[in-house]
Each structure stands twice: as structure tokens, then as C-alpha cells.
Design a protein around this ligand. Sequence first.
Ligand SMILES: *[C@@H]1O[C@H](CO)[C@@H](O)[C@H](O)[C@H]1NC(C)=O
Ligand SMILES: *[C@@H]1O[C@H](CO)[C@@H](O)[C@H](O)[C@H]1NC(C)=O
Ligand SMILES: *[C@@H]1O[C@H](CO)[C@@H](O)[C@H](O)[C@H]1NC(C)=O
Length: 413
Amino acid sequence: MNLKQMYVSVLMFGVGGLLLFMYLQAWIDEQYAESEENLKQQISNQDIKFYYTEEPKRAPKMLITSQKLDRSHAVLTETVSSQANANPFLEIATSLTPELSEEQQKIKLLLKQFKQVNLSPVMRPLNKSLIKDDHWKAIDEVQEKRRAFLYNFCKKYIKERRPLIHLMRMVSRIYVEDKHKLLYCEVPKAGCSNWKRVLLVLNGLAKSTYNITHDTVHYGRHLKKLDSYDLKGIHMRLKTYTKVIFVRDPMERLVSAFRDKFEHPNSYYHPVFGKSIIKKYRHNADGEALTTGSGVQFKEFIQYLLDSHRPIGMDIHWEQISKLCHPCIINYDFIGKFETLEEDANYFLRLIGAPEDLTFPNFKDRHSTEERTNSEVVRQYLAEIPATERQLTYDFYSLDYLMFNYSAPYVEP
Ligand SMILES: *[C@@H]1O[C@H](CO)[C@@H](O)[C@H](O)[C@H]1NC(C)=O
Ligand SMILES: *[C@@H]1O[C@H](CO)[C@@H](O)[C@H](O)[C@H]1NC(C)=O
Ligand SMILES: *[C@@H]1O[C@H](CO)[C@@H](O)[C@H](O)[C@H]1NC(C)=O
């Protein structure tokens, strides 16, 4: 083989690998979308038993198993499966690589452990050895109920927990605090700014939660996300760290996001989301609204949210919690609620042995004079939209309602 031929074949391998990777990625995304749809369907039919139980369609084996594989291919398949963490790929990778290098063996073992340890429903007991008095008794009882509730929900309805979503995406909203061994899954509009302040202090990156500005919290690059670690680092942390999530009533969270992003000047949400929303859903929109994207109405926002052909994608501020944090796969140890934010958070800080003078901050740093989004405010917003759309909005967040035992909003018809 001369140099040119070699060059060409290396190039072909590269291109082939890329195409294969893109193909598999698309396949995973499709599977994920399908299973989400399935679950919704089954919940609305009150027959939720079969979520994730169907055998996922096999990845067409011939794509990978064309006979003339060499080491570079083997490495490629391993890479694909380690990133995807989907079982069918693991099987394929195994079937075609008789002699794995030590490194590949390790990856394979990790993937296996991942499958066994993190993806079976487990409810680890909370370690309460640092709690010495009865002060937190009532809050602890509520916490244990919530944990059991979520555990039972996931066990009952999600029989086989195959990770049909890209692992890296699954952990991409989780912040890491290595000193106290914490994983915090960020749910926007549920106290996340103050949580990030607390994490900065726990980490030793700030002295107090009080002097950290909103921009430092959200745009400073101090806190690490779980997806910035390698597979081994992710696995170790998921297995041994205390995993915490704070949730909020879905409709309150939605209305709060709408008010924050569309009722105040915003140099991102107005031009990006506002413009597309007004263009599609407002008839006879005037030129100014079309150029600035300001002044989106709640009912227009809901039309966008429920549209199966949204002119612009979703956003973390109104994405379902079930999709942001995957509560049935990650096995969170502590489930806080925005409705009882301070007491839950302070109990949690005592559980993990945070410094005694560190308490959860109670300030609201943006639009601080405005009334907080509470159930009365939500009722007013929901009254603006037709009953059918209210129901569809509720359906849209049905998993979040069910997993965290929130009750459906009541609005007079
Ligand atoms: C519980 O936490 C304490 C204090 O952090 C620690 O010493 C102990 O080993 C932990 N127990 C378990 C079972 O993890
Ligand atoms: C916050 O900053 C102000 C001014 O920079 C300072 O006077 C104050 O002591 C700081 N507060 C804390 C709690 O560090
Ligand atoms: C679920 O919510 C209902 C109504 O708010 C409440 O009565 C019940 O105790 C909750 N269940 C659990 C397990 O928290």
C-alpha cells in the first residue's frame, strides 16, 4: 500500500466513523422521543404499565458488522457505545471485538456497572447521622414521604429503565460540588439562583451567598457540570454523591417563567422567542412588535408551547422537569419543593454537614418588588386561556404533576 492509498483509506475510515456516529445519535434521539410519546399516550389512557418495556428496535447490525474490521473500528464502536450508553450498542460492540484492549475492557465493565447500579430503582436511605435534635422531624417525615412516592411511581410505571437518552445529555443539567459530594440538578424557576450561590459557598468559591450577583451566578464559569467529567467520573459521582433536586408546581413554574422572560425587558427572549411567537400566533401584528418581539401575551405563549410545530424550540425555563433531570433514572436522594424551599434547603444543608452559619438565602434578586408567582397569580393567568388549552397545558406537564404529587390547578370553567 503506498502512501496515497493509505491516506485515502484513513480518510474513508474517518468519514465512515462520523457518519456512523451521526446515524446512531439520531437513532437514540428518535427512540427517546418515541418513548416519551408512548408514556404520554399511556398515561392519558390510564394504562401506564408498559413504559420502556418494548424492545427497542435493533440498530441495523450490518452497518457495523461488515467483516473487515480492524482496531480503529473496534475503538470507534466502543466510543460510540460509551457515549451513548445504550445496551444494543454494547451487545454489538461485544460481539465484534473478540480481543479488547485493557482500556476497552474497562469501558465495557463501566458500562455494565452503569446498567446495574444506576438504572435499577433504588432508594438509598438518607444519612442522618449529623442530625442530633428533633428540630427537623416534621420536615424529615415529609421528605421521606416524597422519596417513597417518587420511588413507587417510578417502580410502578417505568418497568425497565433503559436509558434511551444520550448519557451526556441526561446529566447535562447536574451541577457538581465535590467537597460535600453533592449533585444538584438545576430546575430553573425553582430556586436555582440561590442554590447556585449556596454551591459556590460550599465549594469555597465565595465567602457568603450575599454578595454574589445574578450574572456571576448564571454566567460565571465556576461550577462544574457533571457532563464535563469522563464516564468514570460521572459513574463514580452518580453512585456515591448525594443527589438533590428542587421542584415546583408545574403551572406556577410556567407562569413564573413567562413573567420573568416576557413581561420584563430581555435582550434574548424577546428577539429570539418573542419574535417567532408573535409572527406565528398574532394576526395583524404591528411592525414594532414584529421587530422587537416584545409584548408576547400569555395566550400566545401557550399556543407556542402546545404547538407540535413550534416555530422555535423549547427552553429550560419551561421544559418539563422530567426531561431536565430524569428523576426516574437518576434516583435523587433528596426532593425539595419550592413551596417549602427554605426549610427543605436548610434541612438538606444540615444533612450534608454544611458550615453552621450557612443558611439558604431568601432573597429574590430580579424584579424583587413584584409579587411572587403564587396560586392566585397563576389562576389569573390561566383564566385568560380557553379551557381546552388549559387541559392540554396540564397534560403537557402531567409527568411532573404525577412524579411529585402536585394536584391539578383549579380554575372555574
Ligand atoms: C454518614 O455520614 C457520616 C458523617 O458524614 C459518615 O461518617 C458516615 O460514614 C456516613 N454513613 C454512611 C452509612 O454512609
Ligand atoms: C458585601 O459587599 C459590601 C460592599 O462591597 C460589603 O460592605 C459587605 O460587607 C459585603 N457583605 C458580606 C456579607 O460579605
Ligand atoms: C399527595 O398530595 C396529597 C394532596 O395534596 C396529600 O394529601 C398526600 O399526603 C400526598 N401524598 C404524599 C405521599 O406525599
